[in-house]
Design a protein around this ligand. Structure first.
Ligand code: NAD
Length: 347
């Protein structure tokens, strides 16, 4: 029987509920402590999920020697700091997305995990969505041929989060691109077979979020502290000749919200959000979308279960930071290209 993995959760805000629920559903895991700089919040979550210890600091949580692994659910500015502390204390880490504020920080995390010989998984849970999983299966079976082009779309027309620090560059590293674009770039790139990115040409725009009077899907946001982009667009080139178009927005005057991708191959195409499949049959380009997919899948819970399984059985992570660092490099490249007003290389 696999051993019980004892877990500490760092950060008790919105997303911690998904991690706590995921661990609660995993027969091989038990959350033994939670911490937040806001002790009230940590105590409330502890009560809600029956967690024995609540602390007001990461240092106090990491002193519990029984903890094998941690989930890091703090804002982006803290991901590197808490990850390095947890790895130094000998814990495996599941860190929320984006892995860090930038790829330089991400690389320090990857190096520290390698040195500590511990798992470092990143919370890119959308890879486990039934549409993405179906798309991956048919791409791996060769049904769409060789993917050569993709669109990665994460568009909220008026969707600035009204909680947390999502509009503040110094605490987040960026705007929609690093917050929701990280998911869509990741699952698109995953479906393309994780080709090596070599160059990016991108542009970001600040037009709406830092001005008053807009009605948002999450209620009013603090436009006075908002200093991230509203919209980012880019073309990414890969070493194998494939390309990916990226569009990501918290605010954009477009006709619909979109969260998904299209992957185009020489034999067919597949898209997610919602799933759509196009194959050529008898010379006709034909819509072949499955009638049904599993419903009600909680992708965070699947990601947590995969992490627990990797820790308990000593298996590699399904979403290792050493792979996902390329997604962070693409994002860094888009911001750098926009600033330089020219294509930049990705190394
Ligand atoms: N995978 C996903 O789909 C998904 C969805 C939402 C959020 N997230 C990620 O999760 C992270 C947190 O987002 P959220 O929506 O829960 O934000 P949140 O603001 O609701 O919660 C963050 C919590 O971290 C606490 N905190 C801040 N610094 C801390 C520190 N040094 N030590 C301990 N606690 C600290 C805050 O007090 C707050 O309670 C972000 O990085 C975000 O990108 C991922």
């Amino acid at each position: 029987m696999a051993k019980t993995v004892k877990v500490g959760v760092i950060g008790a805000g919105g997303i911690s509920g998904m991690h706590l629920g995921g661990y609660q559903n995993s027969p091989n895991a038990k959350v033994v402590a939670i911490c937040d700089i806001d002790l009230d919040r940590a105590e409330k979550r502890a009560k809600e999920f029956n967690v024995p210890h609540a602390f007001d600091s990461v240092t106090k949580l990491l002193k519990l020697s029984e903890i094998d692994a941690v989930s890091i659910c703090t804002p982006n500015y803290d991901h590197k700091r808490s990850t390095l502390k947890a790895l130094a204390a000998g814990k495996h880490v599941l860190c929320e997305k984006p892995m860090a504020m930038n790829a330089r920080e991400g690389q320090q995390m990857v190096d520290a995990a390698r040195k500590a010989r511990k798992l470092l998984q990143i919370g890119l849970n959308n890879r486990f969505g039934p549409d993405v999983q179906f798309a991956k299966k048919i791409i791996d079976e060769g049904k769409i041929g060789k993917p050569y082009y993709a669109r990665s779309l994460s568009i909220r027309r008026r969707g600035v989060p009204s909680w947390g620090v999502f509009g503040q560059k110094k605490l987040q590293g960026g705007g929609p691109l690093i917050d929701i674009g990280v998911h869509s770039i990741d699952f698109t790139w995953f479906l393309m077979g994780c080709p090596r990115p070599v160059a990016v040409c991108g542009m970001t725009y600040e037009t709406i979020g830092n001005t008053p009077g807009h009605v948002g899907q999450f209620g009013p946001w603090d436009y006075k502290t908002y200093d991230v982009e509203d919209f980012a667009v880019a073309m990414v080139r890969f070493a194998n000749g494939a390309t990916m178009m990226v569009e990501s927005a918290f605010c954009a005057n477009l006709p619909e919200d979109t969260f998904g991708c299209h992957v185009v191959g020489d034999k067919g195409g597949v898209g997610t959000g919602p799933l759509n499949v196009q194959l050529e049959i008898g010379g006709h380009l034909t819509d072949c979308t499955p009638a049904r997919l599993p419903r009600g899948v909680k992708t965070h819970h699947v990601a947590v279960a995969a992490f627990v399984d990797s820790v308990a059985k000593g298996k590699p992570s399904l979403i290792p930071a050493s792979e996902v660092i390329w997604v962070q490099k693409i994002i860094d490249g888009i911001y750098a290209s926009s600033k330089a007003r020219k294509e930049v290389r990705i190394k």
